[in-house]
Design a protein. Structure first.
Length: 297
């Protein structure tokens, strides 16, 4: 097959759990490979990973890379060779600390100047390394998803700071927010004036930053920001909740959701009634809190 197929633009390998004869030769033979997706099913022998890594390292034509599935300690050294990468997605099921450290190392050492979209998930804890990666781009990133449910995560502020400085064109952001990160939310909103969707997950169950966050959003949100999702683990006073929605009068209608493991601890019937009030007025386009109107009425 490698002798026949030399001009593939797209390679999709699903449930990769053993050596596939000829696969590395097939990759080696490609002259203009653009899109690569690997979904790993089980831990594969080290030598197979090494061969695959070496083959991918030669393909600087790749501009879209998606890596998913279950992995052990594998080398991601090939990432440093993909200088033309524009779209990067990595979602691993990975409980091995060494595997996470290995990925972190190569992400921090990589350079993708033309990067446009970045999606890193499943508790890979790469906030510092992603900040380093973003600092080396040309400012064309429009889409970032980087969040974790691991409460021991660090450097969320570094990531937000890097985005606020180096991603002026960003329109979609999903990430975590720690108690000390609010200053970076302000700079993000002031510098990234094309932002459309902002989803902020809590890093812990700290309930003291909700009001300050909503005040910052009310004061500094760009006109383009029409979809906001914030954590249900944070506490929001009734007055601040209402003032936030008042700030959207005269603007495009807002999609507003409460996310994370919402258990109703901080969102009361008063909050829900406010959402319903501004939904009726047309300021809120939709909200998952509207699902509770009948339940709590």
């Amino acid at each position: 097959m490698a002798q026949i197929c030399r001009d593939l633009n797209k390679l999709n390998v699903d449930n990769y759990f053993q050596d596939v004869p000829g696969l590395i030769s097939l990759i080696d033979a490609q002259r203009n490979l653009k899109f690569v997706l690997f979904k790993f099913s089980f831990n594969i022998k080290k030598e197979i990973y090494e061969g695959l890594s070496k083959a991918l390292a030669k393909k600087d034509t790749i501009n879209s890379l998606i890596l998913r599935g279950s992995v052990g300690v594998i080398s991601h050294s090939f990432l440093t060779s993909l200088n033309n990468l524009k779209y990067l997605t990595i979602h691993y099921e990975c409980e091995n600390c060494e595997a996470i450290k290995e990925l972190q190392k190569w992400l921090g050492n990589s350079k993708f100047p033309d990067l446009q979209s970045l999606d890193i998930g499943n508790d890979l804890l790469c906030f510092k390394e992603l900040a380093m990666l973003i600092e080396k781009t040309k400012g064309n990133i429009f889409d970032i998803t980087a969040y974790t449910s691991n409460k021991s995560a660090e450097n969320t502020g570094k990531l937000l700071k890097a985005i606020s400085i180096h991603c002026p064109k960003i329109d979609y952001l999903t990430t975590n927010l720690g108690p000390g990160d609010l200053i970076y939310v302000k700079s993000l909103l002031m510098n990234c004036r094309n932002l459309v969707c902002l989803f902020l997950h809590s890093l812990d169950k700290n309930d003291d930053i909700g009001d300050e966050l909503l005040n910052i959003l009310a004061k500094f949100s760009p006109e383009s920001l029409t979809e906001i999702k914030v954590s249900g683990y944070w506490k929001y006073s009734i007055d601040t909740f209402e003032n936030f929605f008042k700030s959207y009068k005269g603007r495009e209608s807002l999609h507003f959701d409460i996310i994370d493991d919402y258990d109703g601890e901080h969102i009361t019937i008063g909050h829900i009634n406010i959402v319903y009030k501004y939904y009726i007025e047309g300021i809120i386009l939709c909200s998952n809190l509207l699902n509770y109107v009948r339940l709590k009425a």
